[in-house]
Design a protein around this ligand. Structure first.
Ligand code: NAD
Ligand code: MG
Length: 392
């Protein structure tokens, strides 16, 4: 039986992963090594019981007693805290889902690679902050990383059996998020509630707001560069409001291979779970005649500066991705707390990035775990200084 661990099991990607594991036979078909979650220990315990996991881990020490109570008498072990998450990743597993949100997802995924596990990577922040490190670690241990982002899974599938030398460009699509058609003036006053509703996808709140600001797409452009090792000039973003075409790969003979599917993350998760095979998945089949038409347009870099910043990050290189992601996470925290406005997020990230790149030679920094963590901490500290002084 395949040994499986799921990090971030109680989140949006985690729940979809849980759903597929249950549908594909649950505890009878998989040997579940560990599940991790956050403060929702009741749900984590339910999942652990349903899948008969060996271990359930909460990210927070304060939640450990409640988790222990919820699992009393089940024989399922419990643990808590960031160090426990890393030790959990050291437990031998064949397939590991990395679905913690934010930079906190990097360390467990990185460790899982060291024991040769196949890493199903939803945590795009890992590639943005430490792409070269992750790929080198995977190569060193003969481990495989499978993308679990709808666009990257789509590209991965379009590339099956192809030679990268024949690839001219990779196009990832963007729904445009909640504010696709909002004018700039209105964006300035956008509220958290408005930014938290996505037109097509049901996702965690943070990635939903990142979709509204297009920071999600900015992260995905960098993710594309790192995962597929392509020149940034060959990566394009196309706004596609219907979210049915997830990505396209353009080849040197003029062919464009597009991947279409319903906006349901269980496709990308299931593809990674069953790779290299395909299995029946509970996703809606598209009726293209009923859909009738698909539309595309170029992204607006003035209203969504995050996409421009992604290009700068790739041009700087080194640990710029770690600075960018951490500043973005800090800006999002401040927006969620009502401390800064929606458009201030991109301004703040740009300020932190330009300060750090001029001061510290971000581009020359080796992408080691230590440097990534240091850069992350520095960017958060700078962002918080700007937020407190109001100089954004
Ligand atoms: P979510 O907020 O719904 O779930 C996050 C999970 O991580 C939860 O289990 C939570 O308890 C846990 N978590 C949160 N903070 C943590 C911390 N500091 N330490 C340890 N665990 C922590 O997020 P999500 O929408 O499922 O996204 C997860 C990841 O997948 C993100 O990196 C996101 O960018 C990526 N992703 C999500 C989708 C989607 O459809 N939701 C699509 C593509 C990629
Ligand atoms: Mg995506």
């Amino acid at each position: 039986m395949r040994k499986i661990s799921v990090f971030g099991a109680t989140g949006s990607i985690g729940e979809s992963t849980f759903d597929l594991l249950m549908r594909q036979g649950g505890a009878a078909a998989f040997d579940i090594v560990a599940l991790s979650g956050g403060a929702n220990v009741a749900r984590l315990a339910e999942q652990a019981i349903a899948l008969r996991a060996d271990l359930a881990v909460t990210a927070y020490d304060a939640c450990l007693p409640a988790l222990r109570d919820a699992l009393a008498g089940t024989g399922i072990a419990v643990a808590a805290g960031p160090q426990a998450l890393i030790e959990t990743a050291d437990r031998p597993a064949d397939w590991v889902m990395s679905a913690i949100v934010g930079a906190a997802g990097l360390a467990p995924g990185f460790r899982a690679l060291a024991q040769g596990a196949t890493l199903a990577l939803a945590n795009k922040e890992s590639l943005v902050t430490a792409g070269p490190l992750l790929l080198a670690e995977a190569a060193r241990h003969g481990a495989r990383i499978l993308p679990v982002d709808s666009e990257h899974s789509a590209v991965f599938q379009a590339l099956a059996g192809e030679d990268m030398a024949a690839v001219e460009r990779i196009i990832i699509t963007a729904s445009g998020g909640a504010f696709r058609d909002w004018p700039l003036e209105r964006l300035a006053a956008a509220t958290v509630a408005e930014a938290s509703s996505h037109p097509n996808w049901a996702m965690g709140q943070r990635i939903t707001i990142d979709s509204a600001s297009m920071f999600n797409k900015a992260l995905e452009v960098i993710e594309t560069k790192e995962y597929f090792q392509v020149d940034p000039d060959r990566i394009e973003v196309l706004v596609h409001p219907e979210s049915l075409v997830h990505a396209l790969v353009g080849f040197n003979d003029g062919a464009l291979m597009a991947h279409l599917g319903a906006p349901d993350m269980r496709h990308a998760i299931g593809y990674a779970l069953n790779w290299p095979e395909r299995r029946d998945l509970p996703v809606k089949r598209l009726d293209l005649a009923a859909i009738g038409s698909l539309t595309f347009r170029a992204p607006d870099l003035e209203r969504f500066p995050a996409l421009r910043l992604a290009r700068e990050v790739m041009a700087i290189g080194g640990t710029a991705g770690a600075a960018f992601n951490a500043a973005k996470e800090a800006a999002l925290d401040a927006f969620l707390a009502g401390r800064i406005g929606f458009l201030d997020m991109a301004r703040l990230v740009e300020t932190v990035l330009s300060q750090m790149s001029s001061r510290q030679g971000l581009g020359n920094a080796a992408v080691s775990l230590d440097n990534v963590m240091l850069t992350d901490a520095e960017a958060r500290a700078l962002a918080s200084e700007h937020i407190s002084t109001g100089r954004i």
